[in-house]
Write a protein that binds this ligand. Structure first.
Ligand SMILES: [Cu+2]
Length: 116
């Protein structure tokens, strides 16, 4: 291999590596995670109303303050007991429910997620 070809390959590899690093860093900055903390209790959520924007990267931490509840958003196919993470993919209003049967008021446990 001639020296010219060798150094050309080195330059190409370094250029690609720099490109990958820059892309990853900018990607991270534009997708900052928006974090919410929700307390779940018999029989409700606090807060029970969340407003976010389409494209937001969301993390909801669920504090099950008495027994296990969790969150289930059927329209978005999102569910979890202690935490849910997702990207808000479509606009609309979505009701979330309790993810685990927790007593006679389980069916009343609701919250509303609005994606603008
Ligand atoms: Cu519950």
């Amino acid at each position: 291999m001639s020296g010219k070809i060798f150094w050309s390959i080195i330059v190409i590899v370094i250029t690609i590596a720099i490109g990958v690093i820059l892309t990853n860093n900018f990607g991270r900055q534009s997708k900052e995670v928006k974090e919410f903390k929700i307390r779940a209790f018999k029989y409700g959520f606090e807060p029970n109303d969340i407003l976010i924007k389409k494209g937001d990267k969301i993390k909801i931490i669920i504090n099950n303050s008495d027994i296990l509840h969790g969150i289930n958003i059927p329209d978005l196919e999102i569910r979890g007991n202690d935490m849910v993470e997702f990207i808000a993919s479509k606009q609309g209003q979505f009701i979330w429910y309790c993810n685990n049967y927790c007593g006679e008021g389980h069916g009343r446990m609701q919250g509303k997620l609005t994606i603008e």
